[in-house]
Write a protein that binds this ligand. Structure first.
Ligand code: HSE
Length: 317
């Protein structure tokens, strides 16, 4: 096997109340990644469509994640004289800075692909760690709430970072996601800098009540409980100011049947969850209606939850 084509999904991190711990994988949009094994050492980024190649490869998410995997592989195979390198082409359909896991899609996709090309020496938890190194470059923090759902699919929970303990949650059959991506850029690093480092006990109590109830709602497929739990008292009030018409979006989407939603990752995208495809489509149309008068370019998506996550769709001999 010389090369493979990978589809790597967009993801929604935080899911409202679960800052840095909850995330889900979307069916649309996704990045396309072509990865080839090479007999020359190192990593060559041949092309990126839909984004620019940073002049310094150490600032490129895909490069850094792949290098982390390669370092570990070489360390584990010191005796092996075989030289391993990779060549890479990325088609970025997920816009960098959109808040729907663009950097995670690159990082998760390349490590997933490289693992297949090397004969699967690493387990998913190790792949998550390599991909998190890419996130460290992108946002200054190695958060796992985008790369976990990208690699595991469905809805995921980071129980602990030290040690890393990640679990896949039950995904209700009729859960759909509407996304609006206003074409303004919010850097994750900036959106993290503005957050408070200390929170009130009263806010913490309300927040962990919601996280627990959201997880229970997912397992019970109890859409009313999911709806009541989709409130973030800690991060959203600070970040909402960065997103034009954020509260109007939330109110009007809920009026027509959305269960609730919030900022996708660090924004600017906003997500809303719905029960069923037809409600989700109406919610997406409402997002369009709220944004049409604003003179801000935007893009919307309606997507089911992607239960598989990143996938190999083609083997190139
Ligand atoms: N949990 C991260 C944040 C996700 O909200 O900063 C970034 O996509």
């Amino acid at each position: 096997m010389n090369g493979i084509k990978i589809l790597s999904p967009a993801t929604v991190a935080n899911l409202g109340c679960g800052f840095d711990i909850l995330g889900l994988s979307l069916q649309f949009p996704f990045d396309e990644i072509f990865l080839y094994k090479s007999n020359y050492p190192g990593i060559r980024m041949n092309r990126i469509y839909g984004s620019t190649l940073p002049p310094n490869p150490n600032k490129n998410v895909a490069f850094v994640a792949l290098q982390a995997l390669l370092n570990k592989y070489n360390k584990n195979n010191k005796q092996n004289e075989q030289i391993i390198g990779f060549e890479l082409e990325l088609i970025k359909n997920i816009h960098p800075g959109s808040g729907i896991g663009s950097s995670a899609a690159s990082a998760a996709g390349v490590v997933f692909g490289a693992n297949i090309l090397l004969g699967n020496p690493f387990n998913t938890m190790q792949l998550i760690r390599f991909a998190m190194e890419g996130e460290r470059v992108a946002s200054g923090t190695a958060h796992a709430d985008n790369v976990s759902p990208a690699l595991l699919g469905g809805i995921t929970l980071v129980r602990s970072y030290q040690p890393l303990d990640i679990t896949k949650l039950h995904c209700p059959r009729e859960l759909w996601v509407s996304i609006i991506h206003p074409k303004i850029e919010i850097k994750t690093s900036d959106a993290r800098t503005i957050l408070k480092q200390k929170i009130l006990m009263t806010d913490a109590i309300r927040q962990w009540g919601n996280i627990g109830a959201l997880v229970a709602g997912l397992y019970q497929e109890n859409y009313e409980l999911i709806s009541r739990s989709l409130e973030d008292f800690i991060v959203e009030p600070i970040r909402a100011i960065l997103i034009p018409a954020f509260y109007e979006l939330k109110i009007r989407c809920k009026e027509i049947g959305a269960l609730g939603g919030g900022i996708s990752g660090s924004g600017p995208s906003v997500f809303m969850l719905s029960k069923g495809n037809s409600t989700a489509k109406k919610v997406t149309e409402m997002m369009n209606r709220v944004y049409d008068p604003l003179r801000i370019d935007y893009q919307t998506y309606t997507s089911p939850i992607n239960k598989k996550g990143v996938q190999c769709i083609k083997i190139i001999q």
